[in-house]
Design a protein around this ligand. Structure first.
Ligand code: UTP
Length: 408
């Protein structure tokens, strides 16, 4: 893109200020800036006007779940199906590690967090240990795709290399980088981070499959025979990946997707609930539900909307390919965005000062025709590290790890 083209594109969108320092820059930096401008997706900006998000949902119905008791009864047969699929190379794992972990406030990738007490035990390491249990049981390596962002890719890949992939076969580990979206002020002006750098942040975890495709990894998956992808978050230390029982139950159910869920701790727990919306599976946030729906019960007194998701989904690859190009809802999130002030000084705000744009993996569930809701025990499979202290923190995760006899 030339300077003239950039100027035209930006002035049409009221974003000419991005070229304010252009003349001061070296030729290399000028080129660098033009490349960023060329890649900018300005369509996001139109969304700011409709920020008062459409919270109106369609017609909600409960989806229920295959319960822990029901799973226990059929465990052997599910496990057999699941292990066979893993052994045949049909199951891949996708680790979402492109987030910035702003609540935790680390200056490095969340997976580099040491969760050990008397020894070093990194979050990435614990996840690999969990996955290796299935590898050992199946006697086959599971392809592991790891999504990073431009912000943390170098740190992440170097960390894995420095720790020899925590004993995982590096031939089966594939990194890919997600896309970025511009960060804007409340007035919709894109912030600058440096004179030649536009402020941008990872575009949410919803684009993982298309980013994987852009990185050429669908071909890799095909070559390896992968038919199912198990996607999970980086911050749940008890996360079970490629869990053969879950894989087997989803395959046997004939569904194109499965989601691990936990029974809500109380009706008002702030989790996304897996239910049906207009006849299709959907994850509905607590703030999108009426009090009546939140508290509705069946004839046995059990909550009808009782199952919260834990960001562990299994998707059939053919289905993902079909929905890949559909538009996803874009969520506008308030955020603290470091920016250059009018004197070109970098300001790191203490309070949110603008928006970032994200698509979310949970919206993919509404794009598929059916989804097996698969209940797991919270205390055994859900120990997310989101906050510095209190609920869902390193302390609470350590407690749960101890309960699960993980040596810390
Ligand atoms: P969260 O929604 O908890 O976001 O991510 P986060 O960025 O880790 O943390 P906060 O909200 O800033 O404190 C859930 C999962 O999705 C991944 C995260 O790495 C985590 O595994 N994620 C999130 C991405 O891979 N990319 C993103 O752009 C956002």
């Amino acid at each position: 893109m030339t300077y003239g083209e950039a100027k035209k594109m930006l002035s049409a969108a009221g974003q000419e200020h991005l070229l304010k320092y252009y003349d001061e820059l070296s030729e290399e930096k000028q080129q660098n800036l033009l490349e960023q401008i060329e890649k900018l997706d300005l369509s996001f900006l139109q969304l700011i006007g409709d920020k008062k998000e459409k919270t109106a949902k369609g017609r909600l119905e409960p989806l229920g779940a295959v319960t822990i008791g029901e799973i226990e009864e059929k465990k052997d047969s599910y496990e057999k199906t699941g292990l066979k699929a893993v052994r045949e190379g049909k199951v891949g794992a996708v680790l979402l590690a492109g987030g910035q972990g702003t609540r935790l406030g680390l200056d490095k990738p969340k997976g580099m967090l040491n969760v050990g007490v008397t020894k070093e035990l990194y979050l990435f390491e614990q996840l690999i240990n969990n996955l290796k249990q299935v590898v050992e049981k199946a006697g086959a390596w599971i392809p592991l795709f790891i999504m990073t962002s431009e912000k943390n890719n170098a740190d992440t890949t170097e960390f894995f290399a420095a720790h020899d992939y925590f004993g995982y076969d590096r031939e089966f580990v594939f990194f890919f980088i997600q896309e970025m979206a511009p960060s804007v002020s409340y007035e919709g002006k894109i912030y600058m981070e440096e004179k030649d750098k536009i402020a941008a942040s990872p575009n949410g975890n919803g684009g993982w499959f298309s980013s994987m495709a852009k990185a050429g990894l669908l071909d890799k998956g095909k070559e390896l025979g992968v038919e199912w992808l198990n996607v999970f978050a980086v911050d749940n230390v008890l996360q079970k990946m490629a869990d053969p029982v879950f894989v087997g139950a989803t395959i046997d159910s004939g569904c194109v997707c499965g989601a691990k869920v936990v029974a809500k701790a109380d009706p008002n727990e702030r989790v996304g609930v897996l239910c049906k919306e207009d006849g299709k599976p959907s994850i509905v946030e607590y703030y999108e539900m009426t009090e009546e729906i939140i508290h509705s019960k069946d004839e046995n007194g059990k909550l009808l909307y009782n199952y919260g998701v834990i960001l562990n989904y299994l998707f059939e690859v053919d289905t993902l390919v079909k929905i890949m190009n559909q538009n996803m809802p874009v969520h506008i999130v308030e955020k603290k965005i470091p920016y250059l002030d009018e004197n070109a000084r970098l300001v790191k705000p203490e309070e949110p000062n603008g928006y970032k744009f994200e698509t979310l993996i949970l919206d993919m569930i509404h794009m598929v025709d059916n989804c097996l809701s698969f209940e797991v025990e919270r205390e055994k499979e859900f120990a997310p590290i989101k906050n510095r202290t209190g609920v869902d923190s390193l302390d609470s995760a350590r407690e749960l790890m101890k309960k699960n006899h993980i040596e810390l």
